[in-house]
Design a protein around this ligand. Structure first.
Ligand SMILES: Nc1nc2c(ncn2[C@@H]2O[C@H](COP(=O)(O)OP(=O)(O)OP(=O)(O)O)[C@@H](O)[C@H]2O)c(=O)[nH]1
Ligand SMILES: [Zn+2]
Length: 291
């Protein structure tokens, strides 16, 4: 008989699956296939009272990938919101922020930008943040060390994933939201003998009956090779009104005469930095496909 469950932790080839009654099983997938992730709803065949085999994965509402030059990996499944954690200090890479926004747009997931350590002044960071707020992204200054309560209304009803460079305060946010749950999860992982990978694993934590948060290990690079050129254009929200109006219908928006996107950049309607990122990712992906 198959049991229905939810993947609450992914450690390479091993997954912790939570059953409806709250029990947690250590599971593997059938064969060599390792394409599951935290957030997946799965059917599991029990092989002991602590272990099982994932037989089936339910269709996903959303799927978030991270890719490098060699392969795409699923970062999380069924996420409805991506929380990008930045901080006033150390300074953050706008490149990574933009890559996260593009990944979110391409996957049809809402993106929220958190500027943590707002107790440490950094006018430059606030200016940067304002540019993304203008694009329509929810942007929230936070002092996670003092309180994470400002986050709670944003998290309600969502399955959110936290992403960000190391040192921005992701652990502080998780600990603030879930003081006891986190240590309990580590205990479960230890009894299931997956504990040694705990820090590199992706974990899903329940916040309440209809909200959860997924913690992923520090994200340093975020390849977007899995996004095709059309999806890439649409991932830039401010490009959308101009798409389809260029002189050439196969316009790459990089050098062509009669390009409406380039005209919008020239008029100051599209930030040059965002167009720059677009060109860069376009070039990376082209090398990846044809190189
Ligand atoms: N001043 C200030 N410091 C903070 C705040 N939030 C976190 N910190 C500090 O920033 C440092 C990094 O925080 P962590 O929560 O460990 O960062 P992380 O993003 O989990 O980093 P990794 O574990 O490397 O992925 C710690 O020394 C925290 O105490 C904040 O709001 N204000
Ligand atoms: Zn164009």
């Amino acid at each position: 008989m198959l049991e229905q469950g939810l993947i609450v932790a992914a450690f390479g080839k091993r997954y912790n699956v939570e059953l409806a009654d709250g029990r947690i099983l250590s599971c593997v997938t059938r064969g060599k296939k390792v394409d599951n992730a935290a957030g997946d709803r799965v059917s599991v065949k029990l092989t002991s009272n602590k272990e099982g085999v994932i037989e089936k994965t339910a269709e996903r509402d959303t799927l978030l990938y991270r890719s490098n030059a060699f392969k795409s990996k699923i970062l999380a499944a069924n996420v409805t919101q991506i929380l990008i954690v930045l901080a006033t200090q150390p300074s953050f890479y706008e490149d990574l922020l933009n890559r996260c926004l593009i990944a979110a747009e391409a996957a049809g997931i809402r993106a929220v930008i958190i500027l943590n350590k707002s107790d440490l002044p950094n006018p430059d960071a606030l200016d940067k943040l304002a540019r993304y707020a203008q694009l329509g992204y929810i942007s929230l200054p936070l002092n996670a060390k003092a309180s994470v309560d400002a986050l709670r209304p944003i998290l309600a009803g969502h399955t959110s994933i936290l992403v960000g460079q190391s040192g921005m305060g992701k652990s502080t946010i998780i600990n603030g939201l879930l003081p006891e749950v986190r240590s309990k999860t580590q205990e479960i992982s230890t009894t299931l003998d997956s504990g040694k990978h705990t820090t590199t694993a992706t974990h899903l934590y329940h916040l309440d009956n209809d909200s959860a948060i997924i913690d992923s290990p520090g994200l340093q690079e975020f390849g977007l090779y899995h996004i095709d050129s059309i999806a890439l254009e649409y991932a830039f929200v401010e490009f959308r009104p101009h798409i389809g109006h260029c002189k050439f219908n196969n316009c790459t928006h990089t050098h062509e005469p009669g390009c409406m996107i380039l005209q919008a950049v020239a008029k100051g309607e599209i930030a040059p930095a965002r167009h720059q990122i677009f060109q860069q990712i376009r070039a990376e992906n082209a090398v990846h496909i044809y190189g």
